[in-house]
Ligand binder design. Structure first.
Ligand code: SF4
Length: 339
């Protein structure tokens, strides 16, 4: 077959198209998943369906982005083998009988890059009108003490390495803490308590966390929340918690290869985290274990610890002391084989 003039400019395009064709059944499954969810929006449990739809759309974006980035890398290496290698993204019907995605970010993709992409998507989310309005209003009006700050005013992604062995799950960013600094538990009293304790047990590089560029590093630990936007009165609604859950599910899926322990701060976080762990593929005992400070639940390959939240209400009243927090963190670190 004769070579077309200018075909060299498209080196890599044909393998890419072939690869996309091979990937089509997976892409099709994603689109049908979205379509099914759209068709069922009038069903009674509308919120769950919307949440599933969001999960599907997030996965579709990851799928396309993953594919495009691998194709670009392969072209840059001159191997053009993307069509032969497969996309490395598992897509299909979830383990709970729900149409959705399985390991949307996994399967050979660099987890660190995937987590960074997820974090960027989280930071752009505007799914909860009440929280969007609140976080932005707080960012505009500010607290007098922080008048010279440019507030972050957006969702606050998780903080910590992609190969974390321990995850700490809180509630939501504080209006003048994470919502100001753009980093979880940074710039508020709760964070002061948490990072001091992490430092004390050898899991953080410094005892303070004041701004996103203060040099703080976490050793094998990631800190996140089931709700990524600051809520009025620190109280997200159950609907907002459920809307935000897909972000936590995706984060847990990405962390899963290395994750061995989790500390959940407070009952709200506990109630939000258990379904997220279940959706991310861990088997949760039935009946679901109740929250208690110091409780420890063995999931498959992961130890889950309950701990009172590091809120001022708990730390100022002595309900949670520094030593109580360190004890839980030490136990979780041992379970995770850290540091
Ligand atoms: S709380 Fe979560 S789902 Fe709602 S807007 Fe913020 S990031 Fe998005």
């Amino acid at each position: 077959m004769g070579r077309r003039a200018g075909a060299h400019r498209h080196r890599g395009a044909i393998p890419l198209v072939n690869g996309l064709a091979r990937a089509a059944p997976d892409a099709e499954a994603l689109f049908f998943g979205a379509q099914d969810n759209l068709c069922n929006l009038n069903a009674p449990n509308e919120r769950v369906l919307l949440s599933e739809l969001r999960d599907t759309v997030v996965a579709m974006c990851a799928f396309v982005e993953n594919y495009a980035s691998r194709a670009a890398e392969d072209r840059a290496r001159g191997t053009d083998d993307v069509d032969g290698a497969g996309v490395g993204v598992g897509v299909g019907v979830g383990g709970h009988g729900r149409r959705g995605v399985v390991g949307a970010y996994g399967g050979g993709m660099d987890d660190s890059a995937a987590l960074a992409r997820l974090d960027r998507r989280v930071a752009d989310c505007r799914a909860c009108p009440r929280l969007v309005e609140w976080r932005e209003e707080v960012a505009r009006t500010k607290r007098a003490a922080f008048a010279d700050w440019t507030y972050w005013g957006r969702p606050v992604p998780g903080f910590g390495p992609a190969d974390a062995r321990l995850v700490i799950i809180g509630l939501a960013p504080a209006a003048h803490g994470g919502n100001r600094t753009g980093r979880m538990f940074t710039g508020d009293r709760s964070g002061d308590v948490l990072y001091q304790a992490l430092y004390d047990v050898g899991l953080a590089s410094q005892p303070t966390s004041v701004s996103a560029d203060d040099g703080l590093e976490l050793y094998g630990v990631r800190v996140t929340a089931p709700v990524h936007c600051a809520p009025p009165a620190n109280k997200p609604t159950p609907g907002e918690r459920d809307t935000c859950r897909p972000w936590l599910v995706q984060e847990l899926k990405l962390l899963r290869p290395t994750l061995r322990a989790a500390v959940v701060l407070g009952v709200f976080g506990w109630q939000a985290a258990l379904p997220a762990f279940a959706e991310a593929g861990w088997a949760i005992p039935r009946p679901r274990p109740a929250f208690a400070h110091g409780t420890r639940v063995a999931l498959d390959g992961l130890d889950l610890f309950g701990c009172f939240h590091v809120s001022q209400r708990n730390t100022f009243t002595g309900r949670l002391t520094a030593e109580m927090l360190r004890e839980v963190l030490r136990a979780a670190a041992r379970a995770a084989r850290l540091p």
